[in-house]
Design a protein around this ligand. Structure first.
Ligand SMILES: Cc1cc2nc3c(=O)[nH]c(=O)nc-3n(C[C@H](O)[C@H](O)[C@H](O)COP(=O)(O)OP(=O)(O)OC[C@H]3O[C@@H](n4cnc5c(N)ncnc54)[C@H](O)[C@@H]3O)c2cc1C
Length: 416
């Protein structure tokens, strides 16, 4: 009897998570990746404009992301994420210059909202009760239907937090997805909402260790293998068609399709997937941060939403950034740099910069798109689905992508 084989299509985090879970020596695991490198939307690359290796996008994680923690531990990369020991989120209002630090307490009872120095200035503890309504949100509800999307607390906390979480205008965003993240992070106290960043880069933290792990487990990763079609026979997939090769799928073998939603839709007839996407704009400036600068800082009332201080650069993230796709890169660099000088008190002309516009960074986390996310099973007996766009219960995040890969792997294991 030949050993069973699992074919995993896509070496983004979802595909890598599935491969890492299944590569335990009891079956053959082969990953096929269209690009020359792994990582998909979560990777580092050399940027000539800066002469630096940077990430395709600044990625913020929270310490409550347990699938991230487990994945990094499994691949031997548990120390790769860095962040403050405590959950502190410094904010600056770019319109008024006012600054404050959000400082959730340890433990699940949120007494920090009763302490003026820990909560948003000029808000009252009772303002935060709206969160209870969010936690009871039902499928199909928009965030704007369950919490007050106006006033100081919204402008200074919920708007920036949920925009970052959903990458979608919060008022239009899915209340259920916003609630899921809140439950797993803010509601669990400081231990679950410390901000974490892969300071040495996403590839060094997630991708290279995963590939090393897979090599040790004798799993194969074939780069420059773009799946062009799946050959179906009755209710199963009989073969994988690449540009130059056709790979037969044996009885007892399985496929985990871990490609972006539009690619999956093209490959699998009748598959329903999210249809709309939201952009993220990142700006990178080649300048060392002042030593006192916090690693991550939030900003409101400017273009800049989050400022990341890496040892060799300052980087800005702007979520839900579709409105900026047609704005010239020079203009964006000038305007964002003006925010950065205000946030850092750096008095320097615009340094070497790069603007990265990721047009389809994530699916739009609206109730309509949430309803279009499929589970891990397809209509075909040997075809499973993974990816941040599948129904993970979370918005499109690293945590969601990893969980989707784990879940597809578990489905495979349960049906053997
Ligand atoms: C700019 C930006 C900023 C972000 N910020 C954050 C953040 O702060 N925090 C956070 O948690 N998440 C963030 N995300 C989201 C996170 O990066 C994604 O949710 C995650 O990387 C998705 O992983 P995935 O494996 O589902 O998909 P992908 O990374 O898209 O992987 C799919 C893989 O399939 C490959 N592929 C495509 N077609 C084929 C084919 N036909 N054959 C073979 N291979 C194929 C692709 O090349 C790719 O490698 C951000 C994303 C972006 C773009």
């Amino acid at each position: 009897m030949p050993r069973p084989k699992v074919h995993i299509i896509g070496a983004g985090l979802a595909g890598l998570a599935a491969a890492v879970r299944l590569a335990d020596g009891t079956r053959d695991v082969v990953v096929y990746e269209a690009a020359r490198q792994a990582g998909g939307r979560c990777r580092s690359y050399y940027e000539p404009a800066l002469d630096l290796t940077i990430d395709n996008g600044n990625h913020l994680l929270l310490s409550g992301n347990y699938a991230v923690r487990d994945f990094l531990k499994r691949i031997g990369s548990e120390d790769a994420l860095e962040g403050p020991k405590d959950a502190r989120f410094p904010f600056v209002d770019l319109a008024t210059g006012e600054s404050w630090v959000l400082h959730p307490n340890a433990g699940p009872f949120p007494w920090w909202i009763f302490v003026p120095g820990r909560r948003v200035p000029a808000t009252k503890a009772s303002d935060y009760l709206g969160l209870l309504r969010l936690l009871m949100a039902r499928n199909g509800q928009r965030l704007g239907e369950v919490i007050a999307c106006e006033g100081l607390l919204y402008e200074r906390l919920w708007q920036p937090f949920f925009l970052a979480v959903l990458n979608t205008e919060p008022k239009e965003g899915s209340a259920v997805l916003a609630a899921a993240v809140t439950r797993e992070t803010l509601m669990k106290g400081a231990a679950a909402c410390r901000p974490l960043v892969a300071v040495k880069g996403l590839t060094a933290a997630f991708i290279e260790p995963a590939l090393r792990y897979l090599a040790c487990q004798k799993a194969e990763v074939r780069f420059e293998h773009r799946l062009r079609a799946l050959a179906f026979a009755d209710a199963h997939v009989a073969a994988l068609e690449f540009d130059e090769t056709r790979v037969g799928v044996g009885t007892g073998d399985a496929i985990i399709l871990a490609v972006p939603a539009p690619v999956a839709e093209d490959l699998v007839t009748g598959l329903v997937v999210p249809q709309s996407f939201r952009a993220i704009v990142n700006a990178h400036f080649k300048i060392a941060p002042p030593p006192s600068l916090p690693p991550i800082q939030g900003a409101i009332n400017g273009l800049t939403e989050w400022l990341f201080a890496y040892p060799d650069r300052l980087s800005v993230t702007i979520s839900g950034a579709d409105r900026l796709l047609d704005v010239g890169r020079e203009e964006l660099a000038e305007r964002i740099w003006a925010d950065v000088t205000q946030l850092t008190h750096i008095a320097a002309p615009l340094p070497a910069w790069q603007i990265i516009k990721e047009k389809r960074a994530t699916f739009a986390a609206t109730p309509q798109e949430e309803a279009r996310r499929p589970g891990p099973r397809s209509n075909y007996t040997n075809l499973l689905l993974a990816g941040d766009w599948t129904a993970t219960g979370l918005p499109a995040t690293i945590e969601g992508a990893l969980r989707s890969g784990n879940r597809a792997a578990d489905e495979y294991l349960h049906t053997r």
